[in-house]
Design a protein around this ligand. Structure first.
Ligand SMILES: Nc1nc2c(ncn2[C@@H]2O[C@H](COP(=O)(O)OP(=O)(O)OP(=O)(O)O)[C@@H](O)[C@H]2O)c(=O)[nH]1
Length: 539
């Protein structure tokens, strides 16, 4: 009895301590936030990032001595062998490769920011997209970014469906995408429209006007109006600063109203220290004066910084998890289900081949028979109501289910109590019927492999396409070379003929010469005869 009480109390104490330790560890680990910058070259992305983190984190293109801070390349797509893996794209200028299309790379920078007021940490991951917009056909850019984002979503989906979770699993989803609009003053270009539209499916896209100091106030106002009307005209679902009159407090409503009214943010960025009114700040010096990047009258930099890393950080994370990922997950599972049931998928971009699920799983040493296939189909159908993400995946608390202030709030799923989020507890719960449990097990075993296979197949397809393109290019080059060789042969023949003719002509000429000599000789002879006869006569 004593032992029981003791063991009970120590277990309790242990549980309490471990919870406390976990909480301390979470605070120690800090909040994680990931954003991506995207936009044409020279729009001020690197300078913006460096100003944001107060460090020279991202080297400028072709910057000397940048090799020390080479970023990690997460993925890249190379069209013509012009390496764009950031290291070479940024490090040096190679005039011999400027004509080559760069493709696109996704590179990663990590930095830890500490809030001076409460020592809380922000683990910031920034993704850059060197090469974006520099290709003749920028389809590869959309594809590469979409593939990358889908891969991150797939990893979370696979983790969610696993019975035994990976304690080291890292959620690498991107919470926001800052899209730098080229400061033309004329509104959105086709590339801007297409990119923002496509990426909004997966990311919270925040449009930004970089290098805003290149406009006068009236030009900037007009440019903003044009962008806003283009966003509405082309129906681009960018991130919205929405509010709920009934639920939100007055301050939040006022703040969001203001933020919505000034969109898109127009920023001036700089890494230089300038002294304005005796105070050192970050700014830009011009022949006629200086600009403080934190001055709200000329730059939305400070505002954007506080929105991104402060006031709306959690909202961006919630939206990513509760809406963007959720939509993707539903679509993904529906497509897997419909492919198995023969119902045409709603996905616009079909995965390479998922029709033979049994073959796929067999190759992964899982052998579901037809019966299992059927069960999987059923479980996938029912999974939308059963398999829900756990807190460990989304590092927001379970209670922070998306609020109606978030965009597209009407399509949010119903909130589920925290215990129901945990796939493991569902699997072991005695209240769930045996059949459902086995369905879940099959689901959790199969889905990760299906997703893995899809990723591999998609990569393989991409390589195949690249190979086909190279083969086509090679055969074209070979044909061109053959044509050139035939031409050269013909030319050689012609030259030989000409040479022959030339020789013949030379021969004729020499004949004429010989006749001429003979003539001369005759003349000489005649002359000699004449002279001889004259001499004879005199004699
Ligand atoms: N006037 C002005 N110039 C800026 C501003 N921000 C950056 N620049 C300058 O614009 C040039 C390009 O800036 P980057 O930050 O390298 O632009 P980027 O978009 O990272 O360019 P890529 O690396 O080529 O994609 C640099 O000379 C910067 O100093 C700004 O707000 N105003």
């Amino acid at each position: 009895m004593l032992t029981d009480t003791f063991s009970f109390s120590t277990t309790n104490m242990y549980n309490k301590e471990s919870a406390l330790l976990r909480r301390k560890k979470d605070v120690k680990k800090g909040t994680k936030f990931t954003f991506m910058v995207c936009g044409a070259m020279g729009t001020g992305k690197s300078t913006f990032i460096n100003s944001l983190v107060h460090q020279h984190l991202v080297p400028k293109r072709f910057e000397h001595n940048a090799s020390d801070s080479l970023p990690k390349t997460l993925s890249f797509f190379n069209i013509e062998g012009a390496a764009v893996d950031a290291s070479s794209a940024r490090a040096s200028f190679d005039p011999e490769s400027v004509h080559l299309e760069p493709g696109i790379a996704i590179t990663e920078y990590n930095i830890e920011l500490v809030d001076g007021s409460d020592s809380s940490k922000l683990m910031l991951t920034i993704l850059d997209t060197p090469g974006f917009g520099d290709n003749f056909d920028n389809e590869v850019c959309f594809q590469e970014i979409s593939n990358y984002v889908e891969n991150q979503f797939d990893s979370v989906l696979a983790e969610e469906t696993r019975i035994r979770r990976n304690p080291r699993f890292e959620d690498t989803r991107i919470h926001a995408c800052l899209y730098f609009i080229t400061p033309t003053g004329h509104g959105l270009r086709e590339l801007d429209v297409e990119t923002m539209k496509r990426l909004s499916k997966y990311l919270n896209v925040i449009p930004i006007i970089g290098r805003a100091d290149s406009f006068t106030p009236s030009e900037l106002k007009l440019f903003k109006q044009r962008i806003v009307s283009d966003i509405a005209r082309y129906n681009i679902p960018v991130y919205q600063f929405t509010y709920d009159e009934d639920e939100d407090d007055e301050e939040t409503i006022k703040e969001n109203k203001f933020l919505a009214s000034i969109q898109p943010f127009a920023v001036v960025a700089s890494e230089e220290d300038v002294i304005i009114d005796g105070v050192t700040t970050k700014g830009r010096n011009y022949p006629w004066g200086s600009v403080d990047i934190y001055n709200p009258a000329v730059s939305d930099f400070a505002l954007l910084k506080s929105v991104l890393l402060g006031s709306h950080l959690q909202d961006l994370k919630d939206l990513t998890h509760d809406f963007l990922y959720e939509m993707y997950r539903t679509e993904r599972l529906t497509s897997v289900t419909s492919e198995n049931s023969g119902i045409p998928s709603t996905r616009t971009r079909e995965p390479p081949s998922l029709s033979n699920l049994a073959a796929i799983t067999a190759s992964q040493s899982i052998t579901p028979n037809n019966e299992n296939d059927k069960i999987l189909h059923e479980s996938l159908k029912s999974s939308e109501s059963i398999v829900q993400p756990v807190d460990s995946i989304s590092d927001k608390s379970a209670s922070t289910v998306a609020t109606p202030t978030s965009k597209q709030s009407s399509v949010f799923r119903k909130s589920v109590s925290p215990s129901k989020y945990d796939g493991a507890s569902i699997a072991s719960s005695p209240t769930i019927p045996q059949q459902q449990r086995s369905q879940l097990r099959i689901l959790s075993e199969t889905v990760p492999y299906v997703l893995k296979h899809e990723r591999l197949a998609s990569r393989q397809q991409k390589l195949q396409e690249l190979e086909n393109r190279s083969a086509k290019e090679l055969s074209l080059r070979a044909a061109a070379l053959e044509k050139k060789a035939t031409e050269l042969k013909l030319r050689e023949k012609m030259l030989l003929k000409q040479l022959e003719q030339g020789k013949q002509l030379d021969g004729n000429a020499s004949e004429v010469d010989s006749v001429h000599i003979k003539k001369e000789e005759t003349l000489t002879n005649l002359h000699s005869i004449v002279s001889n006869s004259t001499e004879d006569g005199q004699k």
